[in-house]
Design a protein. Structure first.
Length: 227
């Protein structure tokens, strides 16, 4: 186990899940975010990096296949690593099937980087970590920007409400950090649930959802010390 986090911190994906979870699940999310697992036990960093490589380098299908082949040819050192490599191979298969629906033909895609800034809300640090930034020129010649965030879980799919909450936070993050590139377009804010094959776009109106997020962060902050 990694060391215990003293101050409240939650990933944007877990916050999206928290907002629609049962009380028991919310309690578990706070516990898991306070006591995060060792980074070496995370299942999908390689899949995320492979998809980012694909998106930023012309979306050539050969890139995904090369990464899958690399995963396939890696000799696992443990049962966990064998499972992780298989899940990454499957994740790339699922993502490849989604690509036509992303509609990124006229969009410039660029990597966000390994240490993007965080958001703060009601005393809680929110780790957003989008994979890529999106830019396009609209019909009037104006530059519009957005972000794409991947969600990986084979066993916990996002429902419509969770996906919209994450997309709303992604849009707020873009407005805080990408405005210098141009106005943020909610149609360029994408959350991709890789295994479920579902796409979520930021809603046009988001004030109610942001209020819900603020209340959830207040609750997480209040409960942090007791978990």
């Amino acid at each position: 186990m990694a060391e215990t986090r003293e101050s409240p911190r939650v990933s944007v994906n877990k916050l999206g899940e928290y907002l629609t979870a049962t009380p028991a699940r919310r309690k578990r999310i706070i516990h898991d975010q306070k006591h995060p697992c060792d980074p070496q036990l995370l299942r999908y960093p390689e899949a995320s990096a492979a998809i980012t490589d694909f998106l930023c380098n012309g979306m050539n299908g050969g890139i995904l296949r090369d990464h899958q082949e690399r995963f396939f040819n890696t000799v696992p050192q443990s049962e966990f690593e064998a499972q992780r490599l298989q899940l990454c191979i499957e994740a790339l298969d699922r993502f490849a099937a989604l690509v036509p629906r992303l509609e990124l033909d006229n969009v410039i895609v660029s990597a966000v980087g390994t240490e993007p800034p965080v958001m703060e809300m009601a005393g809680v640090t929110i780790s957003v970590r989008p994979e890529v930034a999106l830019q396009m020129v609209d019909r009037r010649g104006e530059n519009k920007v957005g972000l794409l965030k991947l969600y990986f879980s084979k066993w916990h799919s996002l429902d419509e409400r969770s996906g919209q909450y994450i997309a709303t936070l992604l849009q707020s993050f873009a407005q805080q950090h990408l405005q210098r590139l141009g106005p943020v377009d909610h149609r360029l804010i994408h959350v991709v649930d890789v295994f479920a094959g579902t796409l979520f776009q930021a809603p046009k109106a988001n004030s109610r959802r942001l209020h819900d997020v603020e209340l959830a962060c207040e609750e997480i902050g209040a409960l942090w010390g007791v978990h």
